[in-house]
Structure formats: C-alpha cells, structure tokens
Write a protein that binds this ligand. Structure first.
Ligand SMILES: [Zn+2]
Ligand SMILES: [Zn+2]
Length: 444
C-alpha cells in the first residue's frame, strides 16, 4: 500500500436511490457557469437527465450529473432533507443534516438519484466521531476514535477494487449458508454515510472537543507491518472482543485478535459451557457500565434508546420465529424444533448455528447473517444462549435468547474505549489495548 502524505478529499454517499432530493444552500455555490444563490432547491429525474429547479419550480439546469461547488469553500454549507440513518437497524430514522464542501448529484440509472459530498478527510472525521459516539466524551476517547476511523478509512481506500472487498452472499438453496459482507465497494463514491461504512451525520453534531480531537491527531494512523490498519470497531463487545474471522473472511489479522475488555486478562471462551457461564453473568469489563448518567454522556441520543446492550434477552415465539425465518431467508423451515449453537468465536459470538425445523434444516453463518435472520431488523449480537420454553413434544412454544454485546465485537469496543477514557486512560493506552501490536504514525 502506498502511504499517503497529503490530506485526501473523500466522496461520501449521503443519499442513494431516491427519485428526488430537496436541499438548501446556505451560501453561494456555482454549477458550471451558473451562480446559485442561497435558498431552497429541488432536483428530480426527467428521463435520462437530472433537472434542477428552485423551490417554487423555476428551472435552472438539466444535465446527466450536477456538480455544485461552494464559491467560498471554507464557509458555504448546505442542508439535505430526509437523510436516512441506521438503515435496516432498529434505530433507523430520517434527519435533516448540514454539510460543508461540494455537493455532487448523479443518476446511475433512470429514477435513482445519488447525492455525494466531497469533503476534506479531517472535517469528515470530526463529524464521524460525533455521529458514532457523543462529542461529550473524554478527549482521550475522541482522539482514539478519530485515529481508529481515519485508519479504517485510509485502509479501505487503499484496497479499493481489490478482491479483498468481496463478501460472500447468502444462498438459501444450499444446506450450509455461510455468508459475510465485504465492503461492497460503493461504485460511485468512497464511503456511505451510514453504519455500513461509518456514520457521518453532517456538521450539526460537531463540538469544540471533537474539533480538538481531530486537530490533535491530524494525519495519525495505526500501522502494522508498514501497512495502515483495518481498524474495525463496534458498539459493545460484551466483555471480550471478537476476532476478525468470526465476522468476515478467514484471513488472520494479527491486530484484530480477541482480548478481554477488562483490566484483568481472562482466557477466550472455548466451550459451550464457558459461553453459557460468561453470557449469563455480568463480568467486570470496560464496557460493563452500570451508571446511566455515564451512558448518557458517551452515547449519541438515538443510541441511548437501546437500553440493555451489555446483557440482553429477547423472546421468539414459535409462530413469529417461523414467519421471520421465512421472510428473511425465503425458506419455510416448518415448526422450529431447535436453534443449535455449532461454533463460537472467543467472545461467545456464534458464527455457525443449526436451524432445525420440521421441514428444513440448515447451518447458518457468519455472525451478521445469524443476527439478520433472527430479528425483523438485526439482533444486537450473535453472542447468545438459546433456551427453549413451553415444550409440547418436540416443538417448543418459543425460544428465549440471552445475549451479550452490541455489534460484531471486532477491534475497538466503542463503549469500552469510552469507559477506559472515563477511568483516565490515554488515547495511546486505549488503542494499544484493542489493536495489539499496531503502532502510531503520522502521514501528513
Ligand atoms: Zn458503506
Ligand atoms: Zn467491550
């Protein structure tokens, strides 16, 4: 990989696949040689072309793509309406968001508009750390997150178009369905603005602390063997972080091995008995934060709606589960007799599970696919213990899942890292705890 030595401009996909977009320019922009005054605008599809109008309907321009450039790059802003966040997760909603930089509108196929924001990497990062977590966090945490997010992004950009981004799609005609997502290389931009890549919810959330974290770590990344690290992160590991191959392909990634997310080291979970004991208890961990005022301070407001994430439980009644599996996989399993854990990673996350129905039986993995099929959105994690209840012969009335953690658990545990900072740990201590063997370098 070529190590960059200049702050890149990145292209972030803000909205995809919509027939029209309303936006407001908060400063002067230009489009080719047309000057666009501050105000409300609308863009929609007209055959093969995009049509730009002002809000009252007067037409301004028609073209296959529209590149709106701020006349004064450092001060002009724009707002977009109806930006979806948390797509397919339980926190999905639409927001009005404010952005800096250029706005590029394009139509990859008729009727489908994409809005892309071209922005300097560092400005983007200040927004990412304020969207992923609360900017009210301790500065040492914000700095660690900034370095982690910067590393992940530059690693992804460096490997764009190589086969490593390919995932493995689920095929429910097979007896064994093992699927994982690649970073399905976005074709028309570098990263999307949602949880699939990193949350980027515009400038509205940035505060002075987030700006300071961005400035103090400018250009800093984690490296391992001369390469920028693929620094993954997720919300809450549940007490032990997970290794890369439980969520993605089998390539070993030395700095993404499992570690106890606690002051005292503890061994990885090896057996079903270990997993049960760990998940059914509340072990001491950086991400086991009981104090609700601390949680409120470290999480963004919409994440605070997820109350129990270190340990959680849900009930899946028989009929509901059967319908859910049918809608998510297209397979009618019949009556579900058992959900059998087959293989777990060191954090207790299942990456192979057997769904035994009266009509069909299939082995399913990896962790995200298991989470996807057992919930109308996604289960918080695949680290769960299954308890059947109300057995009538071979068919239980339903299943209770007792779970641990939120997200894939690989790399940095966001809540654990925020907890470490609350306990006075430094940015360097946080990063070396989650990314063992990686070190820091400054690119630009
Ligand atoms: Zn994405
Ligand atoms: Zn954790």
């Amino acid at each position: 990989m070529s190590i960059r030595n200049k702050e890149p401009i990145i292209n972030v996909g803000l909205i995809e696949d919509v027939p029209e977009i309303s936006f407001e320019l908060l400063g002067e922009f230009h489009l080719e040689n047309i000057v666009l005054k501050p105000g409300a605008y609308r863009v929609f599809c007209e055959g093969e072309l995009l049509c730009l109008t002002i809000a009252d309907g007067a037409r301004i321009h028609r073209a296959s793509s529209l590149q709106l450039l701020p006349s004064v790059p450092e001060s002009a802003l724009f707002t977009l309406h109806e930006v979806k966040i948390g797509k397919l997760f339980h926190w999905e909603r639409s927001l009005v968001q404010k952005f800096k930089g250029a706005l590029h509108l394009m139509m990859p196929s008729p009727g489908h508009i994409i809005a892309i924001n071209s922005i300097k990497l560092e400005t983007y990062l200040a927004s990412v750390i304020s969207s992923e977590m609360s900017p009210e966090n301790r500065i040492e945490f914000l700095k660690a997150h900034c370095i982690c997010s910067r590393s992940w992004l530059l690693n992804q950009l460096g490997r764009k178009d190589t086969e490593q981004t390919a995932g493995h799609k689920a095929d429910y005609t097979a007896a064994e369905v093992i699927s994982w997502t690649g970073r399905e290389a976005h074709r028309d931009f570098d990263v999307c603005a949602d949880d699939h890549c990193q949350r980027y919810q515009g400038l509205g959330r940035i505060n002075a602390a987030a700006e300071e974290a961005m400035k103090e770590t400018r250009g800093q990344v984690l490296v391992h063997n001369g390469e920028i690290c693929d620094a993954r992160y997720s919300k809450c590991c549940g007490g032990i972080t997970e290794k890369f191959s439980v969520a993605w392909d089998d390539t070993p990634v030395p700095y993404l091995e499992s570690t106890a997310d606690a002051q005292v080291p503890s061994p990885p979970l090896m057996s079903e008995g270990d997993a049960r004991q760990f998940i059914m208890s509340r072990p001491s961990a950086y991400c086991n934060i009981e104090d609700k005022t601390v949680i409120k301070k470290i999480l963004p407001d919409f994440d605070c709606e997820t109350k129990d994430f270190f340990r959680w439980r849900i009930d899946l009644p028989q009929e509901e589960l059967r319908a859910l599996l049918l809608s998510k996989t297209g397979v009618d399993f019949g009556e579900i007799r058992a959900l059998v854990p087959l293989e777990r990673g060191p954090s207790g996350r299942l990456f192979k599970m057997n769904v035994c129905g009266s009509q069909q039986e299939k082995i399913i993995g990896k962790e995200l696919e298991i989470r996807r099929i057992l919930s109308p959105t996604h289960l918080l994690s695949s680290a769960f213990i299954v308890e059947p209840y109300g057995s009538a012969g071979e068919v239980p009335a339903g299943f209770t899942l007792h779970g641990a953690g939120w997200g894939h658990g690989v790399g940095l545990c966001q809540i654990g890292a925020a907890g470490m900072a609350e306990q006075g740990k430094t940015c360097e201590e946080i990063l070396s705890h989650y990314f063992k063997g990686a070190h820091l370098t400054t690119l630009y």
